[in-house]
Each structure stands twice: as C-alpha cells, then as structure tokens.
Design a protein around this ligand. Structure first.
Ligand code: NAD
Length: 367
C-alpha cells in the first residue's frame, strides 16, 4: 500500500501507529487536518481483516470529521483512531490506558471519544492517562451518550428538508420511514411522532421495532421494503453504504434525510443518481453532526440545553447547502464539500498571510 500517496491525495497531516506487546494494542491514530482546531474524532475497535483495511478506514473516517466540523461551524479539526482486534477478546484496562498514553503523547493535536464498539466505560479508562478525551459520563462533568442530541439534529434536518422540498413549515401529516431504530433512530421516532408525523420503522432487531410501535405509535414495516415505501422522507439510521445502484431506483420518497454515516456507497456515482431522480438528499455528515456538536460543548463546559440549541442549527446549515446546490446546479453533497473546503481554505490563507507578515517582521529586525 502506497501510504504517502494516499496521505497526499487525502490531505492528512499525521498518522501514528501505536503498538504495545504486553497488552496486544495495535492502534492507528489519524490526524487529518488541524486548520480549525484540534483533530477530534472517536476511536473505533474492529477486528479488521488486514492492516490495510484498518488504515483505509481510519484515513477515510478522519477526513470525514474535518468536513463535518468545518461545515458545522465548529473550531475543530478532523481525526479518528482505530484499535485493531476483537473487542470481545482484547478489551482490558491496561489496553485502554496504554492507548490513552499514546493519545496524550500527541499533546492535544488529537482528542478521542467513543465510536463503534467503544463504550463510555472504555473511554473513562483512556481518560485515566490523558486529558484529551471527550464523551465521558454526565456524572464526571461530561456530555454522556450523544445519540439524543444527534437525533435532535436529524429531526431539525428533516424539518429543513421538508420545508425546502415540500414547502411545509411543520411535520404534521408528513410520512417518514426510519431504517434502524437503535440509539439515534428511536429518539428520532419519538421526536417525529410528537411533531405529528406518521412514522414507519424497520430493524433487524424485532424487539426494537416492537418497542417503537408500543411506546411511540410507530408502524412496523419489513426490512426489505422500508426504503421502498411511498412516504415523504426516507431516514436511513442503521448502517452506511445503503444508497447504491440497486436501492436508489427503488426509493419513492422525495427526501432522503437520516443519521447513518457514509450513506452513499460511492459519493461520485450515487450523489448524481439521487439528484437525477429529483430526490433531495441531506448530506449525512451535515445532518448527523449533532453528536460532534454535543462533544464540542463538553470541551467548553457542558450544558445540555446549549448543546441542543446548537444542534438545532443544522436546520439553517442544511438550507444553505440546498440553496447552494440549486444555485450551482450541483449535488447537495458536492455543495456541502465546497462549503467546508471554502472555510478551510480561507482560514489556511489567513494563517499563511500571518506567517508571512511575521517572517517579514523578523527579517526587518534582524538585518
Ligand atoms: P445503533 O447500533 O444503536 O443503532 C443501529 C440500529 O440499526 C440497530 O438497532 C440495528 O439493529 C439496526 N440495523 C442494523 N442493520 C440493519 C438493517 N440492515 N436494517 C435495519 N436495521 C438495521 O447505532 P446508532 O448510534 O443509533 O447509530 C446509527 C447510525 O447513525 C450509524 O450509522 C452511526 O454511525 C450514525 N451516527 C450515530 C451518532 C450517534 O450519536 N450515536 C452520531 C453520528 C452518526
């Protein structure tokens, strides 16, 4: 694998390989970009089939965090880390504390948090060795589980999408199909039902479907049909990569707006395919930024009300993305990428100018 070629193409600043023989720790920390602030992003634990697969994942995920923070107006850079191995076999206090020491060694360039297979209790062990951690429990002054705030952001993103596409100011009578009613999906169902929407749910875990039907009055749909329903909004809230050449032609909703990360199997192919079908797509990293907005508040002294208020700002962020996409005749994901890149380039330009002036000043004093 030509790592430096990938780093050049994707624009990463630093990739750190962490190894500890005693605990069996094999981890990679990727700092994609620190233009706007410290690189923040969760730690994922996964039994990758190869080191190459782990490297690709951490490079892709950390880059995504840079765009998410930039478009959301946060003063954060993008980073991510992966621990390679089976979480059921490898997890130990010593492993997480060792990982924490590696995070600490970066001096705050990278701030870690929970991601797939990493729980709050794991992160609290990491926090014994480093200050550069977020997502600890409410008890310890942290922000705790981010999923209610993520769902609140998605809910406001759906409101914005409905306003833009259907010209409706509220969700009364709007129908929504939610694929995956886990941590984020079930909170979203509750918000939607309370706002007067008609909600359909599907999940591979039938118990979760049963709970959403019983608690919130959602209607159960089949796993195969959830994306095909004749509804206003399709909300993918399960796995990534579900919008592809097979599913996109089957979608009958006029809006796709959900929490899942990396929804488009191939951004360059499937973004335009959705646009050609006249469907409004809310870019995933814009609409699901509530989680990182929540963690950002934690770094500044956590207040749940402020976090929720900031996450509601996703409404305006998305409207801006939709307008720019229409004005320029590009896809919504291209528009959000451009908004993020513009902010990054402007701040980089400002820094370059400041450095130039500083250097000139130095020369004038030293000649
Ligand atoms: P979760 O694991 O709690 O929920 C996912 C749900 O999807 C589970 O109930 C699972 O049974 C279900 N599921 C899996 N495969 C499915 C399938 N093929 N069809 C239907 N249901 C299926 O995860 P979560 O925290 O709710 O996150 C959901 C998505 O949102 C993920 O893609 C995650 O990366 C993204 N996301 C989450 C947050 C957060 O704050 N938790 C923040 C940003 C993005």
């Amino acid at each position: 694998m030509a790592i430096f070629e990938d780093l050049t193409t994707m624009g990463h600043e630093q990739v750190v390989f962490c190894h500890d023989k005693t605990t069996g720790l094999k981890a990679i920390i990727a700092v994609h970009d620190t233009t706007l602030g410290p690189a923040l992003g969760g730690c994922r634990m996964w039994d990758y089939k190869s080191d190459e697969e782990a490297i690709r994942d951490v490079l892709r995920l950390s880059r995504g965090m840079t765009y998410k923070a930039a478009v959301s107006g946060l003063n954060l850079g993008g980073g991510k880390s992966v621990i390679i191995g089976d979480p059921k076999k490898l997890k130990s206090e010593a492993l997480f504390r060792t990982f924490g020491r590696f995070v600490e060694s970066l001096g705050g360039r990278y701030i870690t948090a929970e991601d797939v297979n990493i729980r709050v209790s794991d992160i609290e062990q990491v926090a014994l060795e480093t200050r550069y951690v977020s997502g600890v429990t409410n008890r310890a002054g942290g922000s705790g589980d981010p999923s209610p705030v993520t769902a609140w952001g998605v809910f406001n993103g759906i409101r914005a999408s409905v306003q833009y596409k259907l010209k409706k100011e509220d969700l009364k009578g709007v129908s929504v199909a939610v694929q995956g009613c886990g941590a984020v999906g079930s909170h979203l169902v509750e918000y939607l039902v309370n706002a007067g929407a008609r909600v359909f749910v599907a999940d591979i875990d039938s118990e979760k479907v049963r709970l959403n039907v019983k608690q919130f009055g959602a209607e159960a749909a089949s796993l195969d049909d959830i994306h095909k329903l004749a509804v206003d909004v399709y909300a993918p809230c399960a796995l990534g990569g579900t919008l592809d050449g097979k599913t996109i032609p089957e979608i009958r909703a006029s809006i796709i707006a959900g929490a899942a990360n990396n929804q488009l199997l191939d951004e360059a192919v499937h973004g335009p395919m959705i646009k050609e079908r006249g469907i409004l797509y809310a870019p995933d990293y814009v609409i699901n930024a509530g989680g990182v907005i929540n963690v950002y508040q934690e770094l500044q002294g956590y207040d749940a009300d402020i976090a929720k208020k900031k996450a509601a700002g996703i409404y305006d962020t998305l409207l801006n993305v939709f307008k720019q996409a229409d004005e320029k005749g590009i896809t919504t994901n291209q528009a959000s990428n451009q908004i993020a890149e513009k902010r990054l380039n402007e701040v980089r330009g400002m820094r370059d100018l400041r450095n130039t002036l500083r250097n000139q000043n130095w020369w004038s004093h030293n000649q």
